[in-house]
Design a protein around this ligand. Structure first.
Ligand SMILES: [Zn+2]
Length: 130
């Protein structure tokens, strides 16, 4: 199982692949699952701004496309432009969806150190159908 430092490093490397000519705010994410598998993504922007995709949802989409069905237990998010690069509201809802009842850890970098939060704390009272 990858450590927090390892998934944060993978998120950092993923941020170098970001397509962000408009915001110039690269972000990388690495999603770690209960299976031990992990998937990374970067943000992908578009000249039609609203079509941009965040790194977190890119990583989670990749996991789904690869057939991942276990719980999302951790997701690291990194931007070279900002410490504590929290997931946006849409990504928090996506993380909660694939947590499958688990209190997913959000792994961020703050001043070179790992800092962790829990999805239930940063998205309380989330929408759930299941
Ligand atoms: Zn987002």
């Amino acid at each position: 199982m990858k450590t927090d430092e390892e998934i944060l490093q993978i998120a950092k490397e993923a941020s170098e692949r970001a397509y962000c000519p408009y915001s110039k705010f690269p972000v990388g994410a690495c999603a770690l699952y209960e299976s031990g598998n992990y998937y990374f993504g970067c943000n992908v922007e578009n000249s039609s701004y609203g079509l941009g995709l965040c790194a977190e949802r890119n990583a989670i989409s990749t996991a789904i496309a690869q057939g991942e069905i276990s719980k999302l237990i951790k997701i690291a998010v990194y931007s070279p432009k900002s410490d504590l690069c929290f997931p946006c509201g849409a990504c928090r809802q996506w993380i909660q969806e694939f947590a499958q009842g688990y209190n997913t850890e959000i792994v961020l970098q703050n001043n070179g150190m790992v800092q962790k939060y829990y999805i239930n704390d940063i998205l309380p009272y989330s929408f759930k159908l299941l």
